[in-house]
Design a protein around this ligand. Sequence first.
Ligand SMILES: [Zn+2]
Length: 264
Amino acid sequence: MGPETGAEETLVETEVEKDQPLPAGVEAVADGVYLMKGDLKGGMNIYFIRGPEGELVQFDAGTRSMTKKNIKAARALGGLDQVVVSHAHADHRGTAPGLLTPVLCHPDEVGDLRSPASIAGYMDLSELDVTPIAWLYRFLLPWWDGGPVEPAGTVKEGDTIAGFEVIHFPGHAPGLIGLWRESDRVALVSDTVYLVDSARLKPLPEGEASVPHPAWAWDHQKAKESVRKLAELHPVKVLAGHGDPLDMGGEDLHDTLIEASNRF
Ligand SMILES: [Zn+2]
C-alpha cells in the first residue's frame, strides 16, 4: 500500500481558478461547458456547466458505473450546486443517487425518475431490428441504472439554468428537456437527437444525426417534431447525450437536423 496523500480530500476545498487545468477525462466543449464521457465505448455523456454566478450545474447523470469518476470530476471543478437530468432513462440518471446533490427534472419526468423500473413502460425493445441488441438492452438498462431518484424540484421551458434557457423536447420521453444558449447558439439536447446508432451500438458517420429509434419513444411523432423544433433554433453546436459534439465548423445545423428528423 502506498502512502496516504489525501489528495482527493484536498480537491474539495480547492478554489478553482479559471485557467486551472481540467480534471482527467473532462474536456471543454463550449464556453463554460465541460464534457465527461464514460461507460460503454465512452458513449455516455455527462456535462458540467459553469454558470454566470460561478455556480456549477451538472446536466445528465450517465450510468451508475460513472459515479466515482463523476464525483472526482465535480470536486476538481470546485463542487456541484445542482444536477439537472434531461429525462429519467436509466442511462441518464445513473450517478444521480450517489452525488448527494439536489436533482431537478421536468414535471413530466417526475414519475419515471421516482420509479425503480429501469425500462420505461412505453419502451418497446422488440421494435429494434437487431434482435441480439434488443436482448442486450434488457441486461444493459438495469446494469446502467442507479435506481430511483427523488427530485428536489422541477424545471420547465423558459426557466434559466446556468445561463441557458430550458427547452421542452417531448417525444423520446414525455418530459425530455434541453438547454439553449442563444448568444453562441449552443444546445445541450441529450436524447432529442442521437449521434449514435442505438440499434447497432456504434457511432453514426461524422456530421450525421438522427431522431432516436422509435423503440425508445414515448411518442415518436412528437420526437420528430422536437428535432424540428431544435432545427428552428439554428444551433451551431449540438451537444447530445451520446457521442461527440455535432459541430460543422460553426455552420448552422438547421438542415442537418431537419434531415435527422426524417430518419425514422
Ligand atoms: Zn433516453
